[in-house]
Design a protein around this ligand. Structure first.
Ligand SMILES: Nc1ncnc2c1ncn2[C@@H]1O[C@H](COP(=O)(O)OP(=O)(O)OP(=O)(O)O)[C@@H](O)[C@H]1O
Ligand SMILES: O=C(O)c1ccc[n+]([C@@H]2O[C@H](COP(=O)([O-])O)[C@@H](O)[C@H]2O)c1
Length: 203
């Protein structure tokens, strides 16, 4: 089974596992809400929060990984959700590389990449973003003020043909790739930037 080591999360072949990558600097109610909605709407068996060693596009480094992990675990308490430092264990920062490695390490597991609408709007700046869209189902969840930018984004245009209707969102983990689905949900305005700005978290 690939190169899994101790402390790695568990998943069985056939299970649908959502991956929410993020800086979580800090984690907040918006992440929790996104995760609960994603479980319901995409029919996920598990969600793993991949607490990033550092977003390759962000100039300023985040708070230390151990502190972000501990805070995320305190915020997210759900039997289907695991908060993990898998990317640090793998030595990856780029999502495409993480996904390749996880597909090798967990054969038969149906991974779904999860993200808020703001990330779809800038996905075309990510390393190997077309590979991600072609090889992994992507579930996008609404975020305040980001709907138009996401729908008009280069990634949404390039993969227009691969968009799954939100009415069929629960089929996403089993839909042949490329496949992505944008679902609306009651929106939550929390952001890590806002929390840091009001002094609720220091790096
Ligand atoms: N309130 C929210 N609603 C929907 N999605 C969200 C929300 N907050 C974060 N996300 C999504 O969660 C993932 C991880 O987000 P991240 O850890 O960067 O939090 P953030 O609040 O966006 O942080 P920052 O403000 O520092 O950029 C991203 O895909 C992001 O789009
Ligand atoms: O692979 C890339 O090029 C890439 C560029 C920017 C962001 N990402 C990933 O996107 C996820 C969200 O990042 P963030 O900092 O907005 O929380 C996180 O898993 C990052 O590693 C990935």
């Amino acid at each position: 089974m690939g190169d899994r080591g101790p402390g790695w999360p568990v998943a069985r072949p056939g299970q649908a596992v959502g991956l929410l990558g993020g800086s979580f600097d800090p984690a907040h109610g918006g992440h929790v809400h996104l995760t609960r909605e994603a479980v319901k709407r995409f029919g996920l068996d598990r969600v793993w929060w991949l607490v990033s060693p550092g977003n390759p596009l962000k100039r300023e480094g985040p708070a230390p990984l151990a502190r972000r992990l501990a805070q995320a675990r305190a915020v997210m308490d759900h039997p289907k959700v695991t908060v993990t430092d898998l990317e640090a264990r793998l030595g990856t920062r780029y999502t495409a590389e993480t996904l390749r490695r996880l597909n090798d390490a967990y054969p038969g597991v149906r991974f779904v990449w999860l993200m808020g609408a703001d990330n779809l709007a800038t996905l075309h700046r990510w390393d190997n973003w077309r590979w991600i869209m072609r090889n992994v189902p992507v579930g996008v969840l609404a975020r305040p003020g980001q709907g138009l930018a996401a729908r008009m984004s280069p990634a949404a245009s390039a993969f227009r043909h691969a968009r799954l209707s939100p009415r069929r969102s629960h089929l996403l983990p089993r839909t042949p790739t490329p496949a992505w689905c944008f679902v609306n949900m009651p929106m939550r305005g929390e952001s890590s930037t806002a929390i840091r700005a009001r002094g609720g978290w220091t790096r």
